[in-house]
Design a protein around this ligand. Structure first.
Ligand code: GLN
Length: 196
């Protein structure tokens, strides 16, 4: 089988390169008929969650993917991908630099967390950190206009914190991280995903 990489918008190519490094076959999900190809894992990349969410809905992929995640398919959501998974999304939809004042979430809504979008403000829009990641150890973390997890519901477990804020969670088959593990050359978060 293969990992499907959502390729509507954003940083999907970097995930594909990471999967190549790990010898994992992958293909891109761009439209509903791509869902007919066999896959048993899903990567939701960073990018712009409002754009990705709207395209997922327009392409008719939102409901089928939600059903597969709820049925237990492993999924890794990074940054915007975490926002797509979150059951609740807060954050300021009226910012001038937002592409649309429309829906900011929830989209797939399968992960029992509340995320705060663009949570670090303009000045700290991008930064690097190193922090403990569950049992993996310390990993490099690149944040780009990142969200953080403002609330972890009872079905989810936190995996990492930076400056006291939760930046990674797991709920069974779902891993959501606020940073970009595909950008730092450290394969361990992807390895954890491939072991789910
Ligand atoms: N700020 C983006 C959003 O709200 C996420 C940024 C990212 O994925 N690097 O979707």
């Amino acid at each position: 089988m293969a990992t499907a990489v959502l390729a509507l918008q954003g940083a999907f190519a970097e995930h594909e390169a990471m999967l190549d490094r790990l010898g994992e076959p992958w293909f891109e999900l761009r439209e509903a008929r791509d869902l007919d190809r066999p896959f048993d894992r899903l990567v939701l990349p960073g990018g712009e969650s409002t754009v990705q969410g709207r395209l997922l809905r327009e392409e008719g992929m939102l409901v089928p993917l939600r059903e597969r995640i709820l049925a237990g398919m492993p999924v890794l959501g990074t940054c915007a991908g975490l926002i797509l998974l979150a059951a609740q999304v807060s954050g300021d939809a009226s910012r001038q630099d937002e592409p649309s004042p429309d829906q900011v979430g929830p989209w797939l809504g399968t992960l029992d967390v509340t995320v705060e979008r663009n949570a670090y403000g303009r000045q700290l829009g991008s930064f690097h950190a190193r922090a403990e990641f569950d049992e993996v150890g310390e990993v490099p973390m690149s944040f780009i206009r990142a969200p953080y997890v403002a609330g972890v519901g009872p079905r989810a477990t936190e995996l990492a914190r930076v400056d006291g804020r939760v930046v990674a969670v797991r709920q069974g088959n779902q891993i959501g991280v606020a940073f970009h593990p595909e950008l730092d050359g450290d394969t361990r978060v992807h390895e954890m995903f491939l072991e789910l």
